[in-house]
Design a protein around this ligand. Structure first.
Ligand SMILES: N[C@H](CCC[C@H](N)C(=O)O)C(=O)O
Length: 278
């Protein structure tokens, strides 16, 4: 099976062109290719597929094989792949995802290949029912107390089609992400688990973010997570509607626009392609 390895700000996936390849068991394949010793090594698997409702369809599987509704860094790379490999030749395209049909703008570089993509991530879902999380279905969870391991954190939960828990900390570089992240990912509040983001406010327009992803562990960036962080900043009064997010793998520009949608702009990089014999 041919594959292409790409990343968005260091959040790396194995991409398979579903117009050519039809993997039978994408969950199992995601687990095998993601292994960084016995496989290709990645945060998961992304299938680029035909769609009847949009230019393309994206399916994303985490490293543990679980399928997610959406991947912000991934959808930028899907757009780059489609342009660079001739599947589309328009600089604005639509991609069908589990979070709905999204519209993307592509920005070619000097070599005519796509370097940067702007994604309309849609409108954040804020009620507990939409997250999903336990508690009063029509209530929001903004700066609520979440006790983990005898420590109390203030959590703000936002869905971008997939679930996110945003927690503000004083020093994100030194925060024990690998200890606290899984405890919140699997917390009883979240029946479908959750992605967890630890955020240090640098100013009203800049934050530093580290992420423990549902089904993948700590990743170098999380696009839907950065969108949730932008929304959480506005909801809690810690940030403006336009935000620069510094992540270990790179930077993402987020804006929660007046039209209610969240826009993300960031890089998309192709690293190599190969033949999977697994
Ligand atoms: N782990 C996520 C999917 C990948 C999202 C992330 N890599 C992004 O860039 O948005 C979930 O289970 O919802």
């Amino acid at each position: 099976m041919k594959f292409t390895k790409m990343h968005g700000a260091g959040n790396d996936y194995v991409y398979v062109n579903g117009f050519v390849e039809q993997p039978e068991d994408p969950e199992g394949l995601a687990r095998r290719v993601s292994d960084r010793h016995f496989g290709i090594g990645s945060d998961g698997l992304i299938l680029i597929l035909p769609s009847e409702r949009a230019d393309l369809r994206m399916r994303i599987f985490n490293a543990d094989g679980s399928e997610a509704q959406m991947c912000g860094n991934g959808v930028r790379c899907v757009a780059k792949y489609a342009w660079d490999h001739g599947l589309v030749r328009r600089q604005e395209l639509t991609v069908e995802t589990g979070a709905g049909i999204l519209t993307l703008q592509l920005f070619p570089g000097a070599d005519e290949r796509i370097e940067r993509v702007r994604v309309n991530m849609g409108t954040p879902r804020l009620t507990r029912a939409e997250l999903p999380m336990t508690g009063a279905a029509d209530h929001r969870a903004v700066d609520v107390e979440l006790a983990v391991n005898g420590e109390v954190f203030r959590a703000t939960c936002v869905s971008m089609g997939n679930p996110h828990c945003v927690i503000y900390v004083d020093d994100v570089e030194r925060f024990p992400v690998a200890d606290v992240g899984p405890l919140i990912e699997h917390h009883a509040w979240f029946p479908e688990r959750i992605n967890v983001h630890f955020v240090q406010v640098l100013s009203a327009t800049e934050v530093r973010q580290r992420t423990w992803e549902r089904g993948a562990g700590e990743t170098l960036a999380c696009g839907t997570g950065a969108a949730a962080v932008c929304v959480a900043g506005v909801l809690t009064g810690r940030g403006d509607r336009s935000l620069l997010v510094h992540l270990p793998g790179g930077e993402l520009r987020l804006e929660w626009a007046a039209d209610g949608d969240v826009y993300m702009t960031g890089p998309a990089t192709e690293v190599f392609s190969g033949e999977w014999r697994g």
